[in-house]
Design a protein around this ligand. Sequence first.
Ligand SMILES: [Mg+2]
Length: 252
Amino acid sequence: MTPPDLDRTFALFLDVDGTLVEIAATPEAVVVAPGLPALLSQLQRQLDGAVAIISGRPLAQIDELLHPFTGSAAGEHGVAIRYGDGTLEEAPAGLAVPENWREALEAAAARWDGVLLEHKPHGVTMHYRLAPERGNEVWRLVRSLVPEDHPWFRLLPAREAVEIGLRAASKGQAVERLMRQAAFRGRKPIYIGDDFTDEAGISAAKELGGIGLRVGEVFGGDPAHVRAWLKRGADHIEGTIRLSTIPTGVSP
Ligand SMILES: [Mg+2]
C-alpha cells in the first residue's frame, strides 16, 4: 500500500515512538530529527490546526520532545487529551496504578538488570528492550498483578514493553474525541502508528471515513520515511496554496 498524497482536506493523527521518531534503547534516549518540530508546525498551519499527536507518553513529555511544536495531543494512550485551544481532559489524578503494584514492579526492575520501570501520571510501563530474555518474567509478573477482568486497569503490549494503563482510555477514543473539535470536524483522518495500541486509532480513523497507515507496512518500518512523506505533503500543499493565490488568467 502506498500512502495517499496529502492535501488540505485531511487531518493528521501521529504516534511518536517508532512513527515520527526512531525507537531507542530507553524512552529518554530518543533523538528528534532536526526540522521535525518545524515540519509539524507547518502542517498544523496548512491543515488549519488539524494535526494531533497520539502517544503513550505523558503530555508533558510529548511537549518536551517536540518543542517548540505544540497543539492537539493525547498522552498515555488517550488518558489525557489536550485540545487545540489548550483545554485539558484528563482522568482524575487519583485514578492511578496502586502503590503496591508500583512497589512490586520497582522491586523486580531492581532485581532484573536491563528492565526499566517508567512511572506515568496514571499508569506504569515495564521496558525490557535492554533485556529481551526477561520478557516472559515481566509478563508473568504484570499478569499476576492485573487480572484480565480488572475493572479499571488493563495490560497494553508494546514493542518490548508492557504498560499497565486505564481500561477506559484508548488511542481510538482520543481520535473520536479530537475529530469532534472544530479544527478536525469534516476532515478525512489519517492515523499513522507502529504498534499494538495504534490499532484502535487506525480503526477509529477508518470508521470516521479516513485511513490508517501502519509504519511497518507502508513506510518499511522506518520513521525517516514517515517524515519524508510528511515533508512531501507539506511541500505539495505549500505549492497549491501559492498557485491558488495567482489570479485566474495569469499562467504561473
Ligand atoms: Mg509507537
